[in-house]
Design a protein around this ligand. Structure first.
Ligand SMILES: [Zn+2]
Length: 404
């Protein structure tokens, strides 16, 4: 047993607690609360901390192992090479305080076991397998012959194209067959795809219903990539659990999200970092990225003002692993208090997995013993969480994983 005695505990949900104790019993929290009420644990190892808080979740990443963001390059780099880079990315995320990721299209499903069995240090992976779009959609590789895209998709299972109700049902079942914990679909066009437009809806209402229905039969939530409003409304009507990006969210979309208890996973980091180094993107993506940057920030502010539940995601996929906490500074810029921003990356996050949510993201008895120890208070300065050097200790499943 470990007894972490902190001057300040940020529990994930609810108000901070001064002079607090978190008691770890193996991989689970046995007690978290005021030190004065903590049970006696005479033989527990005592750890002193200034601040203790839950480990962070990044609810939108891609273990693609690319050095530059360009989906058309995926077939040209061997999976083993990209997985090796993914291993380094996982370590960087853990050192940045990320103890869980939701991986929405990439190699995550194949790498889950490597982390779970302890071979590779990294955040716990909750993976979708392939991201799914229709022909010509966001994860189609438009410049290649279509039969090649089908072959490549079936072989590497990171990106899949599916059309029609039976085609959509089949591809979802193929992800379930590989034990995907969440299903990722594209309800609108994208920025990092060549021909399609971020505002246009992609799957039809009937296709969306089938995607959600088949996922739901296996108690899986659906995450919908979505920039434009038509796709957002259609996806919410079909019953998706999360809207990813949500760039053109307006009052009507916000009302639909509240009504369906859907969660918004905005991804300001990927857009901000892309705009900061725009020449890194393929030429077709540059004007699209510049068109969404301001609108996306407005959508995040509106979501906050209108009471939409938000969970933190970065969309980190190529390089940039370890920079997850920068999303929190962007949320604060959009109007979240530091405490609210932390809640998006802790207590709010597991619910993005719907029925597959683990008991994680909170310092509370019965929850997973994933936590961070800090010297500085992120409620005074959220940038503490954006700097891996200031994440003093990381504990995962009751074991200290930083420093090792
Ligand atoms: Zn993404």
């Amino acid at each position: 047993m470990q007894r972490i005695h902190a001057n300040l505990m940020i529990p994930g949900r609810g108000a901070p607690v001064s002079d607090a104790v978190v008691l770890l019993d193996g991989p689970t929290i046995a007690y978290a609360g005021p030190a004065a009420e903590a049970p006696v644990a005479g033989d527990a190892e005592e750890v002193r901390a200034e601040v203790v808080m839950p480990g962070l979740w990044d609810c939108h990443v891609h273990l693609l192992g690319q050095l530059v963001p360009d989906l058309a390059m995926l077939p040209r780099e061997p999976v083993a090479l990209r997985a090796a880079r993914g291993v380094a990315g996982l370590r960087a995320a853990l050192d940045a305080g990320v103890t869980s990721i939701r991986e929405l299209g990439g190699l995550g499903l194949d790498m889950t076991a490597a982390v779970a069995e302890g071979t590779v240090p990294g955040p716990a992976i909750h993976a979708a397998g392939a991201a799914i779009s229709p022909t010509g959609g966001h994860v189609d590789l438009h410049s290649y012959p279509l039969p090649w895209v089908h072959d490549y998709g079936a072989a590497s299972n990171e990106l899949r194209v599916a059309d029609g109700e039976s085609g959509c049902a089949r591809v979802v079942r193929e992800q379930l067959r590989r034990n995907a914990k969440v299903i990722k679909i594209c309800a609108s066009g994208g920025v990092m795809s060549e021909v399609d437009h971020p505002i246009h809806q992609q799957f039809t209402a009937a296709e969306l219903r089938v995607l959600v229905e088949v996922a739901g039969l296996a108690e899986r939530a659906v995450a919908a990539h979505c920039h434009g409003k038509p796709g957002m409304i259609a996806a919410l009507e079909a019953g998706v659990r999360t809207i990813e990006h949500g760039t053109y969210l307006d009052e009507e979309c916000a009302a639909a999200m509240r009504e369906t208890s859907a969660i918004l996973v905005p991804t300001q980091f990927v857009i901000a970092s892309a705009v900061a180094d725009i020449d890194r993107l393929p030429p077709y993506a540059r004007p699209k990225m510049l068109a969404v940057v301001e609108r996306h920030a407005e959508a995040v502010a509106l979501a906050h003002q209108t009471g939409v539940t938000v969970a933190m995601g970065t969309d980190i996929g190529a390089g940039d692993w370890g920079r997850h906490g920068e999303e929190l500074t962007l949320l604060v810029k959009a109007g979240f208090t530091p405490l609210e921003a932390i809640e998006t990356a802790t207590a709010n996050a597991p619910a993005t997995l719907g029925p597959q949510a683990p008991r994680s993201g909170r310092l509370e008895a019965g929850y997973d013993a994933d936590l961070l120890i800090l010297d500085d208070n992120p409620l005074d300065d959220i940038a503490v969480l954006a700097d891996p050097a200031r994440i003093r200790q990381v504990w995962q499943a009751g074991r200290r994983v930083k420093p090792v």
